[in-house]
Design a protein around this ligand. Structure first.
Ligand code: TXA
Ligand code: MG
Length: 350
């Protein structure tokens, strides 16, 4: 596809109608969700799904998430047990992707040959409205080139996918800024977390306890060591090198921050991304090559800005991006998970 990508405005009814019509015709485009922008197309038609893999340059063994507007719609594409149904009532719409046995309506091209499918209802009113009005089930991986930084703004999408997709539906920056939590609930009584995200494992554990479910929760995202990938992977995309800017990335523990800042002051051509969570010592806002993720000291703000800061720093021509590690709780777990993969991708690139 070499046609320019059309920019649609999500606040205009006419543009929303056009996006629905195009998706129903089998075109593909980037859509906003509450996590990151997704590259969406009709999940029930194989030729459309094929276009998504092509545009992203995604390997065929990495399955996609299907987005729907309601639990009823979800039941057409996946099979939900009683306990999974109770779980989704608690967390949907929201940034929790559930892996369940698939139905025949989902082609194996979507699930990379697996008999399970990843499904979620996004907590984004315009996106959910579009799904409902178009009666659509949309496969939507994050709208970035495979392995690269996820997009939280339409500009990020266009930098990577201009000319490769039919349209981008602009609804400004996304809310959470980090991809959904991925939980495999396809084995009764034995649930597995594959990707940490905005819904923390502790929240799910609390729900299991309160609702007196007989369920063992296993955290598979911690076992994942991207340097020692083994096949077959339980969740193909989750362990691979990922989320990487072009510039090499290094992780800095809070204790080493002063040393790094000193070296930058002495002229090292590095960019430094601080969490912005610890009390800010100076009254003035940081200036390049220093950046903060959080603008107000909260992890929510850090997550919202995280990819945008990395996108911006990647444009500056630094020799290296140094990023302060987040505390290992709540959203910090999800952010560190993405960081470790970005570092591994840099290592792989040498
Ligand atoms: O927040 C999000 O989840 C965003 C927005 C657009 O919804 N989407 C997203 O999609 O991050 P993607 O494709 O970048 O990540 C989906 C992850 C992949 O790592 C994939 O391996 C895993 O979910 N996945 C999908 N189906 C699976 C399955 N049947 N079994 C195991 N893992 C699966
Ligand atoms: Mg992705």
């Amino acid at each position: 596809m070499d046609k320019p990508t059309v920019r649609l405005d999500a606040t205009r009814a006419k543009d929303l109608a056009k996006a629905i019509q195009w998706l129903r015709e089998g075109r593909i485009g980037a859509l906003p969700t509450e996590t990151v922008y997704g590259l969406a197309g009709d999940a029930t038609r194989e030729f459309v799904v094929e276009k998504l893999f092509q545009a992203k340059g995604r390997p065929a063994h990495d399955p996609l998430i299907v987005h729907v507007s309601s639990p009823e719609a979800a039941s057409r594409y996946g099979s939900f047990s009683e306990s999974t149904r109770a779980l989704l009532q608690e967390f949907w719409p929201g940034p929790l992707t559930l892996i369940v046995p698939k139905t025949d309506l989902i082609p194996y091209r979507v699930t990379a040959g697996l008999s399970t499918v990843a499904i979620r209802i996004p907590a984004h009113d315009r996106m959910r409205g579009l799904l409902a009005r178009g009666d659509l089930a949309l496969a939507a991986p994050s709208a970035n080139t495979f392995g690269k930084l996820s997009p939280t703004r339409p500009e990020h999408v266009l930098q990577q996918l201009e000319g490769k997709i039919d349209f981008v539906l602009d609804d400004g920056p996304t809310g959470w800024g980090v991809e959904s939590t991925v939980l495999d609930v396809s084995h009764p009584g034995h649930w597995k977390l594959y990707r940490p995200g905005p819904i923390a494992l502790e929240q799910i554990a609390d729900w299991v306890e309160q609702s007196k479910q007989e369920i063992q929760l296993v955290n598979c995202s911690e076992q994942a060591n991207p340097k020692q990938e083994q096949k077959p992977l339980p969740s193909p995309g989750i362990l691979s090198r990922h989320y990487a800017p072009r510039t090499p990335v290094r992780l800095v523990s809070p204790g080493d921050m002063e040393k790094v800042e000193e070296q930058i002051l002495k002229g090292k051509p590095w960019g430094l991304l601080k969490t912005g969570l610890s009390p800010i010592k100076t009254a003035s806002a940081p200036e390049p090559p220093l950046y903060y993720s959080s603008e107000d000291g909260t992890l929510e703000s850090a997550a919202r800005n995280f990819y945008a800061r990395l996108h911006a720093m990647d444009e500056q021509g630094y020799e290296m991006l140094l990023v302060e590690k987040f505390p290992e709780s709540g959203l910090g777990v999800a952010l560190n998970n993405r960081l470790i993969r970005a570092v591994t991708a840099s290592d792989a690139a040498g």
